[in-house]
Design a protein around this ligand. Structure first.
Ligand code: SAH
Length: 261
């Protein structure tokens, strides 16, 4: 059999992980593994599953047990995506989240391009009953919505995984290798961006940006701006250098510290 068409998929697929958050029914974990394996995806990551491992997961995996055996389990989403440079959250509720939203095809093309260029990609799915919560969506660069019938738009979890896994497969088969263009610095990981956000929050306090207002709303908007920018590691270093100087000047203005620290 000719497997040459699988080559692009083989290149990008190992850098794309499917993350299931708080899954309630173990059967859905098995069905999601099966959906992934048929489309050449193998990295399953579970965040606080209610019941796992479980015989129902194994029964519904129907031969995709190797994905269940290799699945990693994390207590929270942040740890599961810490090394990722692109994180997309799938949501059944269109336009109710403050994130740039795309459809499955567009999202799959972006994920494939990102992974083929060497980035680590996470595609995140929520709980059967309640989806992803706001804190989890805050960790995502964008939302993906399958434009199902608006009157009945919530797919079964594993069915949603199947739709996205197929679109990824199609993008990988059509897409070829890494996009052309000048070599870039590696994209910043989630953990690196969280470091930037923590320093930004400290700096805003130090320069009294909030003036008594609650900081959450401004931080949410600033996070969106920086996540949208697709920063690379060098850009994050530059921004952190700017913040470090602002922090130093704020200390000086308060009459404390050594300005040359
Ligand atoms: N009642 C939940 C639906 C959860 S369905 C809610 O209102 O959010 C379980 C998961 O499957 C969702 O969190 C999402 O990740 C995925 N999903 C279901 N339908 C989807 C759709 N139309 N588009 C994108 N993802 C969907």
């Amino acid at each position: 059999m000719d497997h040459s068409a699988d080559q692009p998929a083989a290149q990008a697929a190992p850098r794309i992980r499917i993350v299931l958050v708080g899954t309630q029914h173990p059967g859905n974990i098995g069905s999601a593994a099966r959906a992934m394996k048929t489309m050449g995806l193998s990295r399953l990551v579970l965040v606080a599953p209610e019941r796992f491992p479980h015989p129902e997961a194994r029964a519904l995996a129907a031969g995709a047990d190797d994905l269940l055996d290799a699945a990693t389990v994390h207590a929270g989403l942040a740890a599961a995506v810490a090394d990722c440079t692109l994180v997309l959250g799938c949501t059944a509720r269109s336009r109710r989240v403050p994130l740039p939203e795309s459809g499955p095809r567009e999202a799959a093309a972006a994920m494939h391009a990102h992974a083929a260029a060497g980035g680590e990609v996470a595609l995140v799915f929520g709980r059967e009953r309640t989806g992803l919560d706001n804190d989890e969506l805050q960790l995502c660069h964008g939302a993906v919505h399958i434009p199902a019938d608006p009157g009945y738009s919530s797919l079964n979890l594993a069915a949603a995984v199947q739709v996205l896994a197929w679109e990824l497969r199609a993008a990988m088969l059509a897409g070829g290798s890494a996009p052309a263009g000048a070599p870039r610095d590696p994209p910043a990981s989630h953990a690196e961006l969280e470091g930037l956000f923590a320093q930004l929050a400290d700096t805003l306090d130090a320069i009294d940006f909030h003036k008594g207002r609650a900081p959450e709303s401004a931080m949410r908007k600033l996070r969106r701006i920086y996540l949208r920018a697709g920063l690379d590691v060098r850009e994050v270093r530059l921004l952190r250098g700017v913040l470090a100087d602002a922090q130093r000047m704020a200390r000086l203005a308060r009459g404390g510290g050594d300005a040359s620290e």
